[in-house]
Design a protein around this ligand. Structure first.
Ligand SMILES: [Zn+2]
Length: 492
């Protein structure tokens, strides 16, 4: 079958639009490296476009009519947006869904320790990562520390140019003979993914500064608050680097070591999204799985006007670990919000909610692996996505004989083809890779539980799940166009 390259289909003005859109997408990626940051971004963007918070409308005893726009946030990590259409909601919605969590390293609950002069934060990786890719690159720390009194300290360290960054060490090549004999999955083990956060001992001594030489560190700049006897001095010297870090945490953020117990801190690659290639055709950035689909869905949702069916955009957490938990797709959060919205449009009944969900059409968006000529044998060239080949549809995902897959209906695919061809959207169909080589899932199967039409689709990504992932600017723009066409379209 003939495949078109999106770049070749664009005229001058579309090429310009593609670049502008890519710049906006990059600033989103820089501002939203975690699911919480994503939700903040979405809420701000939605409110600017006249969306109101669902809970506020409920509290004020308001109602919703066609053209009204509301959003609902769940635990600061998932968000759903609704734009009420002309037709009753019971006839179904057009839903765009994507996930906003990405593979990363999560800081453990008791993380801070010192070993031979280094202070570390112990981590547990989140989602599927090749652990060896995370060593020796600059890392940043994002997240929240919630104190017992309920106040939240937000952290974002390592993104500004004058911020410090963090890193995980690797063994020098000169001594790596044994290490390099190991399997790639064992070269760096999960428990070795601890980030170095300090190397300078706190200054020991009395309040007047005497006894500073005890610690043997002329350049040390931190001073213990209260040291009253020699025994204490020695105890402190043992963990002087860790104490220095605690001192900084206390002074800069007002947090104690125990506050790590109620923190969600995520370690992600530091640095901004970049254009890639001399021709600037690509984007290289952390977390494009799946924020590339989240951003394009969001933009389509914000820009679409006057739809027949109610338009919905659903951006959820926890996909990378199985869509579990209160903020994952398996939670009843979405169903509950649909019931609330229908209550405000005056349509609520148990039966109407069921009818609405069953009659909905959904694009469940996640990234697709792009064909990589350097690893050609891992793909089926006829059934793989190509960078620059346009928006991707995956009829099915899963592993070992489609296990765990949604497998969209042929009738639904035909319907989507028609919409996309009418709007001149360039698209391609694909599966993840060669049969029996691996596999993966998405949120599609969970929405399909309601009996609605769902298909997996999204954007092709090269080196997916690596600290830096690559996409084509043309695919990003084309996907946004595709989502708009879908929201405006009919359903089966
Ligand atoms: Zn994903």
């Amino acid at each position: 079958m003939e495949k078109k390259n999106t770049w070749e289909t664009y005229n001058e003005s579309q090429l310009r639009e593609t670049d502008v859109f890519a710049d906006q997408y990059r600033s989103f990626l820089d501002a939203a490296k975690t699911e919480r940051e994503c939700v903040d971004y979405v809420v701000n963007a939605a409110e600017e476009k006249g969306y109101r918070e669902l809970q506020t409308v409920i509290k004020e005893g308001g109602s919703l009519k066609k053209g009204d726009k509301v959003y609902a946030v769940w635990m600061n990590k998932s968000v759903a947006m609704f734009r009420i259409g002309e037709k009753p909601m019971a006839e179904g919605m057009n839903i765009l869904g994507a996930h906003i969590d990405s593979p990363r390293l999560d800081v453990k609950q008791n993380p801070l320790y010192e070993d031979e002069g280094f202070a570390y934060l112990d981590t547990h990786y989140y989602g599927g990562v090749k652990k060896y890719q995370w060593v020796t690159i600059p890392l940043s720390l994002h997240g929240v520390i919630v104190k017992k009194d309920g106040t939240t300290v937000e952290l974002n360290i390592g993104e500004n140019e004058d911020d410090p960054v963090f890193f995980i060490s690797d063994l020098l090549i000169h001594l790596a003979q044994e290490q390099l004999e190991k399997k790639a999955s064992k070269v760096i083990e999960g428990e070795a993914l601890d980030i170095i956060v300090g190397n300078r001992p706190i200054v020991l001594g009395k309040e007047d500064g005497s006894g500073q030489e005890d610690c043997g560190c002329e350049n040390a700049g931190y001073k213990a608050d209260d040291v009253s006897n020699e025994k204490k001095d020695k105890e402190r010297a043992r963990d002087a680097v860790k104490k220095g870090i605690l001192d900084i945490l206390k002074k800069n953020y007002g947090v104690e070591e125990e506050d790590f117990l109620s923190a969600e801190l995520e370690v992600v690659p530091a640095g901004k999204a970049r254009e890639a290639g001399l021709d600037r055709s690509m984007l290289l950035a952390y977390g494009q799985d799946d924020r590339v689909c989240a951003y394009t869905s969001l933009r389509a949702m914000l820009e679409v006007e006057e739809t027949d069916r109610t338009a919905c955009c659903l951006l959820v957490d926890k996909e990378e670990i199985g869509s579990v938990g209160a903020t994952g797709m398996q939670s009843r959060f979405f169903e509950n919000m649909v019931a609330e919205v229908m209550n405000l449009t005056g349509e609520y009944s148990e039966l109407n909610v069921r009818r609405c969900l069953a009659s909905s059409c959904m694009l469940s968006s996640d990234v697709s692996s792009a064909y990589d000529p350097s690893f050609a044998s891992s793909f089926d060239k006829k059934n793989v996505a190509y960078l620059g080949g346009g928006m991707v549809f995956n009829k099915f995902t899963g592993a070992r004989g489609k296990s765990g897959s949604n497998d969209a209906n042929a009738e639904y695919l035909a319907h989507i083809r028609k919409i996309f061809e009418e709007e001149n959207i360039n698209f391609q169909t694909a599966e993840l890779g060669r049969v029996d080589l691996g596999g993966g899932g998405t949120i599609a199967y969970i929405l399909a539980l309601y009996g609605m039409n769902v298909i997996d689709c999204g954007v092709a990504v090269l080196n997916m799940h690596a600290p830096w992932e690559a996409t084509s600017k043309a695919d990003v723009f084309e996907t946004k166009r595709g989502y708009e066409a879908f929201l405006k379209g009919a359903c089966l």
